[in-house]
Design a protein around this ligand. Sequence first.
Ligand code: SF4
Length: 265
Amino acid sequence: MRELSPEDLGFIARVASRLDITNYKLTGGEPLVREDIVSIVREIRPYASSISMTTNGSLLKKYARALVEAGLDYANVSLHSLKPSVFHEITGGKLEPVLEGIREALDSGLELKLDFLLLKHNRDEVESILDFASSMGVSINLIELIPLGMGREEWSRLHESLDPVVKMLEKKAVKKTVKEFQNRPTYILPSGIAVTVIRGYGNPDMCRACTRIRLTPDGRLKTCIFRNDNLVDAWDAIKSRDEEKLAELIREANKRREPFFKTRV
Ligand code: SF4
């Protein structure tokens, strides 16, 4: 299977910086399962104005300090429950290593944000996760489930609306801001932490403001998380270190980008 190396990613970042692409988010799957993740951050760093990561946190304890030294600016850590059994039911993993990873990351000086996906399983945990985030002094995203790759039955078994949570935040917050373009509300709680409500699915406001291009591990440029029908294969240009060709392919992918949701679903 094709897989880009840290040096390939450094080359891509160098070419992309010529096109003013300088903000990076390392996602997955789970980015920390790559044993060369620290080298990846190190290779991208000279060409990046920011590098962040989305992680399930289970390996964060092992890598946090080295990632900070390599130049990672911040990380989003998924924390969907504070109850070990519910956490296991949702993720299949163990809660304790994630909590240890969060502590180690904060001790290492890494800025963190928590991601809490609201589900039927954890709908009674919103208050406790907000208290936990407040006690750690970290901000949190409350995220509504996206029905990606699931049938109607599974969706209704899992999905929980954020509406009651938003009502609670409207009462509790000392300040509310709404991100321009994305129309995404952020509430500041009395503890000082920021709580952002994310409803990405079927949301034309998010798509209108979307400036992202994804790069798959096998070297394809992906113009939208929901689309696999207009990928741009950059593997050959990357592997032959053809700067002009790669710049042309990035421009081509950019031309193919368009809002996925043009009306509210
Ligand atoms: S265009 Fe695609 S990737 Fe961008 S916000 Fe919309 S759904 Fe997400």
